[in-house]
Design a protein around this ligand. Structure first.
Ligand code: AN0
Ligand code: CP
Length: 319
């Protein structure tokens, strides 16, 4: 593996999931792999889990770690080519990425969708500009359209917690007053679509009309607009809010009946609740669900360490 930007960079998903589970069972088995190697974690946006779990995973592999918040710790970075830089961005990505690439053997980047211009967000400019100019492997720490380290942790979590060979997994939209990116939902749909294709899960999604994800992320996944029908017999309920793709970046409804409560879990087959976090309690999901034994959210976040470790191990082996 050279870059880890999307599922397309993964040659054997099942092996990667098992590598994450092996790292969880034996975290320091590969400590020699990262000796004298440095990873730079570059954040354009806030983070708790991604920042700490990726740092921990790199350290488990013996790597050195540097973390930088762009714009706060560093200069603001211009991404457009050929522009007159007379605005608030003091440095161009051409120099910045090239310089960071000289200090680091691997670079992780977090750069969320701005939700203003769909074409611009879906072009993944920040990820591609860094990949082009840094000349070292790039790891996606959540880009405009994807969050693959989260999706891998989600796959590991489902693999661990399933009680039947082919569990039913439901992605459900949750209400929120602020527009949020589609990245987590896009990625989950992409990765679960692949798991469904491989016969590992049954996967459906449910959301209000107007919240359809981009067709390339929906793939063959059935969209069931009746959420109670979608929840019936589910083994895993994966909640996430996202803003509209078709009416790009808009909040079309805040209908509170889409929040997940214990009455929704009662429709499932003792289903587990999953969310990538951070989550706003009682807006998206009730206290009762999050505090019940059916919630997997903390275990899922814990598995971010092992998903990052599986990915960094593959990249180190390719250096
Ligand atoms: C971000 C999002 O929805 O993409 C990060 C999730 C991991 N969430 C928020 O901004 C609340
Ligand atoms: N799930 C996740 O990526 O969390 P952070 O935004 O805190 O990193």
């Amino acid at each position: 593996m050279t870059n880890f930007i999307s599922l397309a960079d993964v040659s054997d998903l099942d092996a990667l999931i098992q590598s994450g589970r092996a790292a969880k069972a034996n975290p320091f088995a590969d400590q020699h792999l990262g000796k004298n190697k440095t990873i730079g974690l570059i954040f354009f946006n806030s983070s708790l889990r991604t920042r700490l779990s990726t740092q921990k995973a790199a350290q488990n592999l013996g790597m050195n770690v540097m973390v930088m918040n762009v714009g706060q710790d560093s200069w603001g970075l211009e991404m457009e080519e050929g522009v007159l830089m007379n605005g608030d961005k003091a440095e161009h990505v051409r120099e910045a990425a090239a310089v960071i690439g000289r200090y680091c053997d691997v670079i992780g980047i977090r750069a969320f969708a701005e939700l203003q211009d769909r074409e611009k967000d879906y072009r993944e400019q920040v990820m591609h500009q860094f990949a082009k100019y840094a000349k070292v492997p790039i790891v996606n720490l959540e880009s405009a359209t994807r969050h693959p380290l989260q999706s891998l942790a989600d796959c590991i979590t489902i693999d661990e917690a399933k009680t039947k060979p082919r569990p039913k997994v439901v992605l459900t939209w949750l209400p929120h007053f602020k527009p949020l990116p589609q990245a987590v939902a896009n990625s989950f749909s992409e990765w679960m679509g692949a798991r469904a294709q491989a016969g590992e899960v049954d996967f459906v999604m449910t959301h209000p009309k107007g919240y359809e994800l981009a067709p390339e992320f929906v793939g063959n996944t059935p969209v069931i607009y009746d959420r109670e029908e979608a929840f019936a017999g589910a083994d895993f309920i994966y909640g996430k809010n996202w803003s509209s793709y078709s009416q790009y970046g808009q909040v079309l409804t805040q209908d509170p009946s889409w929040a997940v409560g214990m009455e929704d879990l009662a429709l499932t087959d003792s289903g587990k609740f999953m969310h990538c976090l951070p989550v706003r309690r009682n807006l998206k999901v009730s206290d009762a669900v999050l505090d019940s034994p059916q919630s997997l959210v903390v275990e899922q976040a814990a598995n971010r360490e092992w998903s990052a470790q599986a990915v960094l191990k593959e990249i180190l082996l390719s250096l």
